[in-house]
Ligand binder design. Structure first.
Ligand SMILES: Cc1cc2nc3c(=O)[nH]c(=O)nc-3n(C[C@H](O)[C@H](O)[C@H](O)COP(=O)(O)O)c2cc1C
Ligand SMILES: O=C(O)C(=O)c1ccccc1
Length: 387
């Protein structure tokens, strides 16, 4: 046994002493709990998606359409969910996806997430838009595995500075998010007039950067705060990037690189042709293009286009261990868990994130075992009904 499912036994044993989990073990229930605990603005920012939120709903509906077929008598006594992606060993095919501005969920924000991830041995992908800078998060993460997510700023020198800092702080793989060079139309935030960055949240990596500081006339103080925010807005994303620009990434990062936000098989092919090590099939949790294809529905086409030339990871709509099994069945190598751990953070800080990781991985292991699978490599489309 891998031990991931031991969490299940520990919950029942605690129950003998009338102790029950303080957070729901059905991770789909976390959102409504978080809504009660958070301000309307913070909750709206995290739970909200683009437009009418049709894509966010489609992400979930796609998981519901796929069904796992249980299998019997397959000796699944010895289970091992561990995988290695980009040289990073992980206890199961799950990573904590990049989420910016986590201090709106909990004062310790990404620091608490980094501690939880390290305690569970699960890799975290740190956002450029984090509320704490990447050096502080690396320190909180200690020996834990960590990757860095780049929001590719217009200023090349700033981009290079971010990559150099990330490398120096021990982030081993690079995730470059392409789908959010500009914020989409997000009615929940518009209706509340709420954008965390304009309130100085999620800009730590920028304001602390030497290249950024040079551009705004020195360290950010009350005197140049407005200049700094305007510079942030002007530099956050670059809508004029093209495939030719990927050369820059290779020149400035000598580790593995995955492009996040890929939905079209042709884009996946171009990523591989450009020498990228992987793609992350993601529609940003429905936060960017309302009316877009469900990310899970985009997955098989990308997997087919990429073949064994690169690694395909997946996110958008993953809520339970069973969801992870479905994404793996459709060809993902691992999944990125996102909103559920943000809600765990809001509800319980570091312990809340660990609760989410333990529930998620235990459920993944039990679901796999009951479907006759003892290792992630054995999962294929055939475990799904009507494959
Ligand atoms: C509040 C919030 C902030 C996010 N910030 C980032 C970010 O900084 N960088 C990034 O690549 N993706 C970011 N994402 C997208 C997630 O990495 C992921 O793609 C998405 O949340 C998946 O959808 P799901 O959480 O509904 O499963 C963010 C998502 C949320 C909800
Ligand atoms: O909110 C988001 O979805 C997000 O990824 C983001 C983070 C920082 C700046 C802009 C968008």
């Amino acid at each position: 046994m891998s031990g991931l499912a031991d969490f299940q036994n520990s919950i029942y044993l605690q129950g003998l002493g009338d102790v029950t989990p303080s957070l729901p073990t059905d991770l789909t229930k976390l959102e409504e709990r978080a809504e009660r605990a958070l301000s309307a603005q913070a909750f709206g920012y995290v739970a909200g998606s683009a437009g009418s939120e049709a894509t966010a709903r489609a992400n979930r509906a796609a998981f519901d359409r796929h069904r796992i077929v249980p299998r019997m008598l397959r000796d699944v006594a010895e289970r091992d969910l561990s995988v290695n992606v980009f040289g990073t060993a992980m206890p199961s095919p799950v990573l904590l996806g990049p989420i910016g501005v986590l201090s709106i969920m909990h004062p310790d924000g990404e620091l608490a997430v980094a501690r939880a991830a390290a305690a569970e041995g699960v890799p975290m992908v740190l956002s450029t838009a984090a509320s704490y800078d990447m050096e502080a998060v690396a320190e909180a993460n200690g020996d834990g595995p960590r990757w860095y997510q780049l929001y590719w700023p217009k200023d090349r020198e700033l981009a290079a500075s971010f990559l150099g800092r990330a490398k120096a702080a021990g982030y081993t793989a690079l995730v470059v998010t392409l789908d959010t060079f500009t914020m989409a139309w997000r009615p929940r935030d518009l209706d509340q007039g709420y954008l965390p960055f304009l309130r100085g949240i999620g800009v730590a990596n920028y304001f602390g950067d030497p290249v950024f500081q040079r551009a705004v006339g020195g360290p950010v103080t009350d005197a140049n705060r407005e200049t700094a925010l305007l510079h942030w807005i002007a530099n956050f994303g670059n809508p004029s990037l093209t495939w030719d620009d990927l050369v820059f990434l290779r020149e400035n990062w000598d580790g593995p690189i995955a492009l996040k936000g890929i939905q079209h098989p042709d884009d996946a092919r171009r990523a591989v042709d450009a020498g990228m090590d992987g793609v992350i099939v993601s529609n940003h949790g429905g936060r960017q293009v309302d009316g877009a294809i469900a990310s899970l529905d985009a997955l098989p086409g990308v997997v087919e286009a990429v073949g064994d030339r690169a690694t395909v990871l997946f996110d958008s709509g993953v809520r339970t261990g069973a969801d992870a099994v479905k994404a793996l069945a459709l060809g993902a190598r691992a999944v990125l868990l996102a909103r559920p751990y943000a809600y765990g953070l809001a509800l319980g800080g570091q312990a809340g994130v660990q609760h989410v990781l333990r529930c998620f991985q235990a459920e993944m292991e039990l679901t796999m075992a009951l479907a006759g699978i003892s290792r992630p490599e054995q999962i294929g489309r055939e475990i799904l009904a009507g494959h």
